[in-house]
Write a protein that binds this ligand. Structure first.
Ligand SMILES: O=CCCC(=O)O
Length: 500
């Protein structure tokens, strides 16, 4: 049944190219399918069902039907299924990583790294399932007890991005399934197969029909399908990761039905390097953070502010390290940076580089798209570094989501904080300094939901993930907060007899 794939799977059953609705592998009602491209060569390598709004009702009803039973399942049993899912994903890690590489373009080692990161979520939320607790209180009124119980909210919908198609799903689904919710995932049109493979493994792990469903769709039908899922009266929770523009639309639509939302939106994250920083440490962290998936992470460093005393030296270090990156197809072992996932990102990178140059920015490395040059058929852009960056530039004002790094110079801590916070977004901020007082001041003064102190890697299953300002609201991962995004709190008040 599997088409001829451009790569070999040790477990060919993992490749699923139908939607999973109520435990059945199905085509869209229209029978239409859409093409999925390999960003590394721009060629179609498989197709998936092009679901539309007319496909949502059946999926939601099946998820609701499943919820009526799953909500009553003992938390230990949910935890055991999550652990089984975790074990199966672990067993199939390398195959799943190959699928991710062909969908997103990221180097195979990065895809494997994404799997390892993502498995933190299944493991963590298996534990969380049994840790949900209510409260009990003796209030001021006589003979009264007040208590709270936590219950799963209902059918949850996950609208997920293409940049981390396994990790983003397991972070959401881990919490939802641990809480006792059922979930319908609408993956990005670029990355349907990694999610379908996870759905297949969820079936194998013993989750009942309809507990975890997937509706794939094309770019054209994404808005209609997503809106109909958000508006469906049986959907009680929507979790979205993506741009701030679309996040605001999702929030507006969900507000009509007063649906509970978690929004993980845009970043435009600052990365501050002070004169007293360990420059080698800062540079190594920046390399890993910025070039991870060719600059396409919401928490990537978008604006790098370097204090005047170390600016030139730091620029030289970063340039030397970046020049050593090997750009190529993600499946090749020697590749350390792959293509961007969609050609739209190339246009954005071109526009930001051109704008920066017009405004006096100096391109000290790269600067051009590689696509179309010898050996580069896919959506490749040179790893690019721009110095003398200014706040008026596009690159300071909008997320890049491509391998372009801008270095801004600053003089004082106050100036750095003011410029770092000079954005509508507040996802993550990073800084490098050896001054302990400054470390604490910056933690308090930077406007972001996540703060990396002498690190560019702050994401983990144990740590609450989420932004403030226009980077959204709600937390994913971490203790208590994430699972409770999928729960409601009920207050019980019991009056006892006078002689209890
Ligand atoms: O792109 C956003 C997610 C990145 C992460 O989970 O570290």
């Amino acid at each position: 049944m599997a088409p001829n794939l451009p790569f070999k799977l040790n477990n060919p059953d993992l490749f699923r190219d139908k939607s999973l609705v109520g435990g059945e592998w199905v085509e869209a009602k229209s029978s239409k399918r859409f093409d999925v491209y390999d960003p590394g060569n721009g060629k179609v390598w498989a197709t998936a069902p092009d679901n539309t709004a007319e496909d949502t009702d059946a999926a939601v009803k099946a998820a609701h039907e499943a919820f009526l039973t799953y909500r009553r399942e003992n938390p230990k049993s949910r935890a055991q299924k999550l652990l089984k899912w975790d074990a199966l994903i672990r067993e199939n890690r390398d195959d799943l990583a190959s699928i991710v590489t062909y969908e997103t373009g990221k180097p195979i080692a990065e895809s494997q790294g994404e799997l390892d990161y993502a498995l933190g979520f299944t493991w963590w939320f298996a534990g969380e399932a049994e840790r949900v607790q209510g409260t009990i209180q003796t209030p001021s009124a006589p003979n009264r007890r007040v208590f709270t119980v936590k219950q799963p909210i209902g059918v949850a919908v996950a609208l997920v991005p293409w940049n981390f198609p396994i990790a983003m799903i397991l972070r959401k689904a881990g919490a939802a399934l641990a809480a006792g919710c059922t979930m319908i995932v609408k993956p990005s049109p670029e990355t349907p197969f990694s999610v379908l493979a996870l759905a297949y493994l969820a079936e194998q792990a013993g989750f009942s029909k309809g507990v975890f469903s997937v509706l794939t769709t094309s770019l054209d039908n994404t808005p209609g399908l997503s809106e109909s899922l958000c508006r469906h009266p049986l959907v009680k929770k929507v979790t979205f990761t993506g741009s701030t523009r679309v996040g605001k639309l999702v929030a507006k639509i969900c507000s009509d039905g007063l649906k509970k939302c978690t929004l993980e939106l845009g970043g435009n994250c600052p990365f501050l390097v002070f004169d007293d920083a360990d420059l080698e440490q800062a540079a190594n962290q920046l390399m890993a953070l910025k070039w991870r998936h060719a600059g396409q992470a919401c928490i990537t460093a978008n604006r790098v502010y370097v204090q005047a005393g170390v600016y030139d030296k730091f620029a030289d270090i970063i340039k030397e390290k970046t020049a050593a990156l090997v750009v190529g197809h993600g499946s090749e072992k020697k590749t350390t940076m792959g293509p961007v996932t969609t050609p739209r990102s190339l246009d954005k990178a071109d526009a930001q580089v051109e704008d920066a140059q017009k405004q006096g920015g100096k391109v000290i490395l790269g600067g051009k798209r590689l696509m179309g040059t010898s050996g580069y058929d896919g959506y490749f852009f040179e790893p690019t570094i721009i110095t003398s960056a200014k706040k008026e530039m596009l690159i300071a004002q909008e997320e890049t989501f491509a391998p372009v790094m801008a270095l801004f110079k600053f003089d004082t801590e106050e100036e750095a904080v003011q410029r770092a916070n000079d954005t509508s977004m507040g996802l993550a901020s990073y800084y490098f300094t050896k001054n302990i007082d400054r470390t604490w001041r910056l933690l308090e003064n930077l406007e972001a939901g996540m703060i990396g102190m002498n690190t560019g890697n702050a994401s983990a299953a144990e740590s609450p993930f989420g932004g403030i300002k226009e980077s959204g609201y709600g937390k994913e991962s971490g203790k208590d907060v994430a699972i409770q995004e999928y729960m409601v709190t009920k207050t019980g008040t019991l009056t006892l007899s006078d002689h209890y």
